[in-house]
Write a protein that binds this ligand. Structure first.
Ligand code: PMP
Length: 399
């Protein structure tokens, strides 16, 4: 008989990245009867479908040979120009050469991980932090050190302690309308973060997919705008939350040498992001004022956020606390000790409502009484209906 050995097992990093119970439960939330506050989804009725379609039509009819062809890794020159111009108008002078267009900000994060981190290196993150950043770091085999946060984001003394003790190579943070907490880092703390990066010599990944969704208050400066750390801060941006996540377009803004390394890393991943999507996005940004477009979107998100915040005192058990974001997509809640939002999720889904349990957002020991609610994807009456269902699910737990 011929010998027939089994194929080798998966790589260690793939085995340790096996799915979670929460992930399986959340798969159920796509059922139409479930009102889901789980995903960070833009309101689909606010997609600018007509103008996006027109942008695709134009680039396909005027330059089909270019936009259906392979392209350069660093990104469509018109799109890089449009994004550089937009950032410059917003007060952050940017040259197109300092931008790499990526397949979503998620890929920008993967490129930074590949170019900046060796296995075993230390990465400091906010506690809690963006779940898919933790996944990205886990694949890279780096050591992730959580830094405590409060209602104003990362705690500077704690970051200074971590920097002195652990010597991180990278600090990853979402300073504006953070995922999952909705918290925003004030200017003084941003400056302090930049100074610590200079003092201790670490990179900063400033992930900012939500900054343009501010519906209250004044914008804070980007960390990368502080001269003291501008040579070591990489700004990650995205069209996902302001245009359409399905286009899968993001970018990183970095010093020239790092851009070059990221371009080489991207060549190995996907050669370049979709030519036609980039061309359509460039056309859209050239022909339309995104700021004007976002006015009604932000007004809708503000109303939806208010609806949720008004209802929460009647929904969450006494003793619960939650964030009050000035923009973005998320409210973060903490129930009284003893609640386990992971264990409660299936019950909530059975009641026709979903959220994301807080546990997977923690790099260190998780607080099982936390959860993330996104307020953007449903209109106010549906938010009220969904939260009533959540109240019932939580009540059932009480008795
Ligand atoms: N960073 C953060 C903090 C996010 O919340 C998200 C999307 N949920 C991303 C990055 C990835 O966004 P993109 O769609 O641009 O890949």
């Amino acid at each position: 008989m011929e010998r027939r050995l089994p194929p080798p097992s998966l790589a260690t990093r793939a085995v340790s990245a096996s799915g979670s119970v929460i992930r399986e439960a959340l798969a159920l939330t796509t059922r139409p009867e479930v009102i889901s506050f789980a995903g960070g989804l833009p309101a689909p009725e606010h997609f600018d479908v007509e103008n996006i379609r027109a942008a695709y039509d134009q680039v396909l009819s005027e330059s089909s040979h270019r936009v259906l062809q392979y392209s350069v890794t660093e990104g469509d020159p018109y799109l890089r120009e449009a994004i550089a111009a937009r950032l410059s108008r917003q007060g952050l002078f940017t040259r197109p050469e300092n931008l790499v267009i990526t397949t979503g900000a998620q890929q920008a994060l993967a490129l930074l991980t590949t170019t900046l981190l060796n296995p075993g290196d230390v990465v400091a993150v906010e506690e809690p932090t963006y779940l898919a950043a933790l996944q990205c770091f886990a694949y890279a085999g780096v050591r992730v050190i959580p830094v405590p946060t409060d209602a104003n984001g990362i705690v500077i003394d704690a970051l200074a302690d971590t920097a002195a003790r652990e010597h991180p190579r990278l600090l990853y943070l979402v300073p504006t309308f953070q995922n999952p907490t909705g918290h925003t880092l004030p200017a003084e703390r941003r400056h302090a973060v930049a100074r610590l990066a200079a003092e201790y010599g670490f990179w900063i990944a400033e992930d900012d997919p939500y900054g343009e969704l501010r519906f209250r208050g004044e914008p804070e400066p980007w960390i990368t705008a502080y001269e003291v750390a501008s040579d070591r801060t990489v700004l990650l941006g995205s069209l996902s939350k302001v245009l359409a996540p399905g286009m899968r377009l993001g970018w990183l803004r970095a010093p020239t040498a790092l851009c070059r390394s990221c371009v080489l890393a991207k060549q190995a991943l996907d050669l370049h992001s979709s030519t036609v999507d980039q061309a359509a996005a460039a056309r859209y940004l050239t022909d339309h004022d995104l700021d004007v477009r976002l006015v009604p979107v932000k007004a809708a998100y503000r109303e939806r956020c208010e609806t949720m915040l008004t209802a929460l005192p009647h929904v969450l058990p006494e003793g619960s606390t939650w964030s009050r974001p000035d923009g973005g997509m998320f409210v973060w809640a903490q129930l009284p000790e003893g609640y386990d939002t992971g264990a409660l999720l299936l019950n909530a889904i059975a009641n026709g409502v979903a959220y994301v349990p807080g546990a997977p957002f923690f790099a260190g020991p998780a607080n099982p009484a936390t959860l993330r609610l996104s307020f953007t994807a449903h209109r106010p009456p549906e938010i009220d209906r969904g939260l009533k269902r959540l109240a019932v699910a939580l009540d059932a737990n009480r008795s």
